[in-house]
Ligand binder design. Structure first.
Ligand code: G3P
Ligand code: MG
Length: 245
């Protein structure tokens, strides 16, 4: 199994999403140009089972379409504009498929944190499709792939169907049974909302011997504080601001 190594200790959140529209090829290209080695992105299923790289359940915020993503086939979703809302310079940017993003990252020799975002009941369909599409990368080890999810069901499915995969538990709050679940799932990393992170929590997780990642940090001073507590890497929309320090 590949070892987790975060150097520089920054993960471009949805790509370099402060400088290009989130979860687009433009945002991943920008991350590569900034010298980042890891990107995080969100994956969902279209109505016809294509794995797409997209964050919201709804199309409204970041596209020129409307409604729920899961209602539309990829043949329609791929026609939408996901760049113009961010800046006219990015008009014409499209929702990428997982395959397109992985091809770019592989070419740039970058590592991927694939965050599984499945609506309730769709976890199995999404996890199986993602594992199928990533099988070449997972077998060859040519790109390090770290999966994560807020969904315990999705994490269990990943561990069940890909026993050797790298798994990160995502915590927005300190949930009551997170440590037990992390042990059960043999999680390889813990990904925590930076707003709830304290020195004590960080030390505790580091004593467990797990890599600790915090999202989303766009302030260099906060990143330095988290590093001083033992945090291994932060997710940032503006990785260059963090790396400059
Ligand atoms: O994976 C870290 C972070 O992306 C989790 O929250 O909502 O930005 O996907 P969100
Ligand atoms: Mg995410």
């Amino acid at each position: 199994m590949a070892l987790l190594n975060f150097n520089p200790p920054v993960i471009a959140h949805r790509g370099a999403s402060a400088y290009a529209p989130e979860n687009t090829l433009a945002a991943f290209t920008k991350a590569a140009q900034l010298g980042v080695k890891w990107v995080e992105f969100d994956v969902m299923l279209s109505a016809d089972g294509e794995v797409i790289v997209f964050h919201d359940d709804s199309l409204d915020r970041t596209t020129n379409g409307k409604g729920e993503v899961v209602c539309y086939p990829y043949s329609y979703l791929r026609t939408l504009d996901v760049g113009a809302w961010f800046d006219a310079r990015f008009a014409g940017e499209k929702i990428p498929s997982l395959q397109q993003v992985m091809a770019l990252l592989s070419e740039a020799r970058m590592s991927a944190n694939v965050e599984i975002k499945a609506p309730l009941g769709q976890e199995k369909a999404l996890v199986l499709r993602v594992l199928d599409q990533l099988s070449t990368y997972l077998l060859s080890g040519q790109s390090t792939i770290l999966f994560s999810s807020f969904s315990m069901d999705a994490l269990h499915l990943l561990r069940q169907h890909a026993p050797d995969c790298l798994l990160g538990m995502l915590l927005h709050e300190w949930e009551p049974h997170w440590e037990k679940n992390s042990a059960l799932l043999k999680c390889d990393a813990i990904h925590v909302n930076q707003a709830i992170m304290t020195r004590e929590h960080a030390q505790h997780i580091k004593h467990m011997g797990k890599p600790l990642l915090c999202y989303t940090v766009n302030d260099a001073a906060r990143a330095q504080e988290l590093y001083s507590w033992g945090v291994d890497a932060v997710f940032s929309d503006a990785p260059d601001i963090i790396m400059r320090e």
